[in-house]
Design a protein around this ligand. Structure first.
Ligand code: NAD
Length: 380
């Protein structure tokens, strides 16, 4: 059983899908591991570390993939990169399948089984495979670090001989995995933190971290959580009430961090240009939803914009990748936990249980076709 760890396009993706730790674990499953040279460099892992863990470092992706049974990536590889893999090889990555019918069709044409890690069900058994959580947690932390770096003032209150410095006021919009980590990080830095979310369950979580919860708590709010624990799209009426409450709150904040997402839809617009204009010069907004359309009006994906009134709107792309070493370590472990369920340790060969709910939820292509019910040609 041959397993390949791809080198990503480092201009857009510094993370890597395998770590020395997971290489050792794959060897324990009976795999031979091939790593493309330089795959880990942007995550602080040299070729020698992979070799030390027992991997064979080969010249490039084509050499790693040749004859592979399992191919691991961070982003969905191009079909051409999979040409040398065995027919029926398992290719596992953050596959980003929405609106990518043509690319999925090409990958299906290579005969591989492509799995999308981000479609993993959020059930207890799969928590260890939950790449959305492992990466969002780091994005939430990094959002605060980025905000602190852009902000021209200190976060904690300081009482010094030269005068008293007030604590920064941080408002976190969207208190899921990223938002909760942002709250905890901002609190550790000494900020006065408040947060909002449309899921009623988040109120207790926000308060347990020592932040103030800000929301219109009407009947719609109390019903606003789907069975899967995700946010629902709220009515226009609720959004207007919530916007009025947050507008007055935002005007008093130094830092606003937005993380609000609704699965399968564009990110909700939560901060209008007027709200941005109401903030003091030097204030900072970090929009973690910028790749999904953004929560902040005026946010530009991949850029830091300074508005006419001196407010910075930060729209960094791939925020987990800004902590590539840690993000890779956790992502690699998420992948290993999934691969372990796809292999028979006795025979040291692939043994995919095609009926398993984790497989059914994540499998995009198999035997030459796009098979996922949400992305198969009949569904799109
Ligand atoms: P997400 O990334 O999809 O969204 C981020 C947050 O934005 C969510 O909390 C959502 O409610 C919020 N949001 C959406 N619209 C909003 C609006 N208009 N205003 C304010 N906030 C808005 O969510 P996530 O971080 O992936 O987590 C979603 C839920 O799933 C959380 O309850 C989380 O704890 C839970 N979860 C469960 C597991 C598990 O294994 N059981 C794992 C991870 C997350």
């Amino acid at each position: 059983m041959r397993l390949a760890v791809l080198k990503e396009d480092l201009t857009v993706e510094p993370r890597v899908a395998g770590s020395p730790d997971t290489v050792r674990r794959y060897l324990g499953l009976g795999a031979e591991v091939f790593v493309a040279s330089g795959a880990g460099l942007a995550s602080g892992i040299g070729d020698g570390e992979y070799e030390g863990a027992g991997a064979k470092v080969v010249a490039d992706n084509a050499a790693a993939v040749a004859g592979a049974d399992i191919v691991l990536g961070v982003r969905r590889p191009a079909a051409a990169a999979l040409a040398g893999a065995n027919r029926g090889a398992l290719v596992i990555a953050i596959a980003d399948p929405h609106g990518q019918e043509a690319a999925l069709g090409e990958i299906a044409g290579t005969g591989v089984s492509l799995f999308a890690m981000e479609l993993m069900p959020r059930i207890t058994r799969a928590q260890v495979m939950d790449v959305l959580s492992s990466q969002a947690n780091l994005a939430g932390y990094r959002a605060v670090v980025d905000a602190a770096a852009e902000f021209g003032r200190a976060f904690p209150m300081m009482m010094t001989a030269a005068g008293t410095v007030p604590a920064a006021r941080v408002f976190v919009m969207g208190a899921g995995v990223a938002g909760l980590q942002a709250i905890a990080t901002a609190r550790r830095l000494g900020a006065v933190v408040s947060a909002t979310d449309v899921r009623p369950a988040s109120k207790e979580q926000v308060e347990s971290l020592g932040a103030k919860f800000i929301a219109v708590e009407d009947e719609e709010f109390k019903q606003a959580e789907t069975a899967g624990g995700y946010a629902k799209a709220m009515s226009a009426e609720y959004q207007a009430k919530q916007a009025a409450l947050t507008a007055s709150h935002i005007a008093k904040q130094d830092i606003v961090i937005t993380t609000a997402l609704i699965p399968g839809r564009a990110a909700p617009k939560l901060v209008s240009a007027d709200m941005v204009a109401s903030m003091k010069p030097g204030s900072v907004l970090i929009d973690l939803a910028v790749e999904r359309g953004g929560n902040v009006e005026g946010a530009v994906a991949g850029d830091v914009v300074t508005t006419a009134n001196g407010v910075k709107i930060v729209g960094h792309l791939n925020v987990p990748g800004r902590l590539a070493a840690t993000a890779s370590q956790l992502y690699a472990k998420n992948l290993y936990a999934f691969v372990e369920t796809l292999v028979d340790k006795g025979t040291k060969s692939l043994a995919v249980k095609w009926d398993d709910e984790l497989v059914k939820a994540t499998l995009l292509t198999r035997d030459g076709a796009v098979v996922h019910p949400s992305f198969a040609p009949a569904a799109v």
